[in-house]
Write a protein that binds this ligand. Structure first.
Ligand SMILES: NC(=O)C1=CN([C@@H]2O[C@H](COP(=O)(O)OP(=O)(O)OC[C@H]3O[C@@H](n4cnc5c(N)ncnc54)[C@H](OP(=O)(O)O)[C@@H]3O)[C@@H](O)[C@H]2O)C=CC1
Ligand SMILES: CC(C)=CCC[C@@H](C)[C@H]1CC=C2C3=C(CC[C@@]21C)[C@@]1(C)CC[C@H](O)C(C)(C)[C@@H]1CC3
Length: 419
């Protein structure tokens, strides 16, 4: 995938071929991983026992997926939570966003609790897991087609820097419009934080119940509890710091096309929950010192991730913030400065380092029998290394020699003394 904003070089045929392959390969990979995860031998080398194709698309399950999306959309438009302005657009305007993910989370938990109390069986999610993933894929394709079609009529100043090459396939994948909205309803911002992330947690809860049922347990296993708590904590942290997402690369630069729609609605809920799905079929026995070690690793990762993101966000909001006055900075010709001490002096992407340490801590409860529970660490490493390279190129363009000075001062990109 090319850096955001580099649509000039996309007429190169291998790029179209690559994008087409990814569109086919990524959904198949998600379904393949899910099938292998439920097999006794969850080795990636073992042939997956494929379910009948016609059993995968179930109209009732598709209805559930649509209902979930609409329920989350309803919570998004509730007039609760403060309204804030995003970063300025090309045309000088500011879009407004309502911050109510935490309210939506609480209402979702309450609604699910009430549904379970009324006899709704969350076990449905476990028994229809593949069908749910296929329905989410179908929903993602339909939404991406809608987004592509409407982008043809979007004004020039509302298009994303990339994703406007004129090639149907490439633009469909990358997304042409930067902030597609239906009245005030921001589709990209909504999808990034709600149906997928919240769906991930609900799937985890359903897998916990499935584990207890399958193994006749009165309580979930310690490994399942750890995985659930880590994931819950990560999502709640994203909701607590919801405003920061307005400044992340995806919100500010990426078009909203198949890549992000699929990423938000299929990839996130169905691959991020593979660890809890794996534990249903592959119990993992953890000793107390091992549990303490894993929790400590997660706390270290989270502290780095949170501190780095919060420092950078606070510095960008107010460069003379007194709580950051002890940090060294390098001025750049744009008027903005770069942090060069503290965590941002350790490596050039300390927030990625923290995220990766946490990712490892989430996989360790699943033991070492199979590589599959480590899929999340492998995915995140690949994504962040690629993201780092794109960001590096962008910063070098933006900051010129000041960026080179920063790179000389802070030599490593993500892992101190290694990379
Ligand atoms: N779980 C998952 O699947 C994923 C998680 N993430 C997480 O999302 C978060 C956001 O990531 P992302 O949007 O990629 O990138 P960052 O939040 O790291 O933003 C990069 C930007 O920060 C600014 N910057 C870089 N270095 C400095 C410095 N030394 N001092 C001040 N500002 C600096 C630059 O922008 P400018 O100077 O213009 O402000 C740069 O473009 C990360 O924590 C990442 O781990 C990301 C992808 C997937
Ligand atoms: C393979 C493929 C199709 C990848 C698409 C990438 C997306 C899955 C990710 C791109 C950036 C993301 C972020 C989060 C989730 C994954 C995606 C959408 C995020 C919302 C997770 C929670 C974090 O706290 C976060 C808010 C920092 C993070 C933002 C980036």
């Amino acid at each position: 995938i090319l850096p955001y904003g580099s649509s000039h070089s996309v007429s190169f045929p291998p790029v179209f071929a690559g994008v087409s392959c990814m569109m086919l390969f990524l959904p198949v990979a998600v379904l393949g991983l899910m099938v292998v995860c439920s097999q006794e031998d969850a080795s990636l080398m073992s042939p997956p026992s494929l379910p009948a194709l016609d059993s995968l698309l179930d109209p009732h399950v598709f209805g559930m997926v649509v209902l979930w999306f609409l329920f989350q959309a309803l919570l998004y438009v509730l007039p609760v939570g403060k309204v804030v302005e995003g970063i300025p657009l090309k045309n000088g305007e500011w879009l407004k966003y309502r911050m109510n993910t935490l309210h939506a989370f609480v209402l979702t938990v309450a609604a699910l609790g009430a549904a379970v109390h009324q006899g709704v069986d969350l076990g449905y999610i476990h028994s229809h897991f593949l069908q749910l993933a296929v329905s989410s894929l179908l929903f993602s394709v339909l939404l991406s087609v809608y987004l592509y079609v409407r982008s043809r009529w979007a004004p020039q100043d509302q298009l994303a820097p990339g994703g406007n090459s004129g090639s149907v396939i490439y633009d469909f994948f990358m997304g042409s419009e930067l902030n597609p909205r239906i009245k005030g309803f921001d589709l990209k911002y909504f999808c990034e934080l709600r149906p997928g992330l919240m769906g991930w947690l609900v799937i985890n809860a359903a897998m916990t119940l499935a584990e207890m049922k399958l193994h006749n347990l009165n309580y979930p296993s310690p490994a399942m509890i750890l995985v659930n708590c880590f994931h819950l904590f990560y999502v709640l942290d994203a909701y607590w710091h919801e405003e920061a997402v307005l400044g992340y690369m995806d919100t500010t630069h990426a078009g909203f096309g198949f890549m992000l729609v699929f990423g938000d609605l299929m990839w996130v809920p169905f691959t991020f929950s593979l660890q809890s799905y794996y534990l249903v079929y592959h119990p993992s026995h953890l000793s107390l010192p091992w549990i303490v070690g894993i929790v400590t690793l997660n706390v270290i990762g989270f502290s780095i991730f949170r501190k780095a993101n919060s420092q950078k966000n606070a510095f960008r909001r107010n460069p003379s913030d007194p709580t950051l006055s002890h940090l060294k900075t390098i001025p750049t010709a744009t008027g903005k400065s770069l942090l060069v001490s503290g965590l941002w002096g350790l490596v050039r992407h300390p927030n990625y380092l923290g995220d990766l340490i946490m990712a490892l801590a989430w996989s360790l409860p699943c033991g070492f029998t199979h590589i599959l529970p480590y899929f999340y660490v492998i995915y995140l490493t690949t994504l962040l290394v690629h993201r780092e390279a794109r960001d590096e190129a962008q910063c070098r363009r933006k900051y010129g020699s000041a960026w080179d000075d920063y790179c000389r001062e802070v030599r490593y990109r993500i892992i101190p003394r290694v990379y």
